[in-house]
Ligand binder design. Structure first.
Ligand SMILES: [Ca+2]
Length: 91
């Protein structure tokens, strides 16, 4: 649990490289390299761009840490939903 949270924070910090937010190029790279196993459409640049626009609540063109956390929350939420939809014998 602690290492998972640490990973979430350090992934953002190492991608942002000292900046306050991830620009679209950096965000694309981060999603493709870090989230391709957990999310659909990570091979589609337009899908990632759309995702970024949805996350960018202050519309500054960048994904800041709070907006990044919304993405993590969204992924965690959809994971918990797909888990609860599984029947006990499905695996
Ligand atoms: Ca933003």
């Amino acid at each position: 649990m602690e290492s998972a949270i640490k990973t979430i924070v350090t992934t953002f910090l190492s991608s942002a490289k000292g900046k306050e937010g991830l620009d679209s190029k950096t965000f694309q790279k981060m999603v493709k390299s870090k989230l391709s196993g957990i999310m659909e459409d990570t091979d589609s640049s337009s899908a990632i761009k759309e995702m970024q626009q949805n996350l960018d609540t202050d519309s500054d063109g960048k994904v800041d840490f709070q907006e990044y956390l919304s993405l993590i929350g969204y992924i965690a939420n959809s994971m918990s939903q797909s888990k609860s939809e599984q029947t006990p014998n499905s695996s």
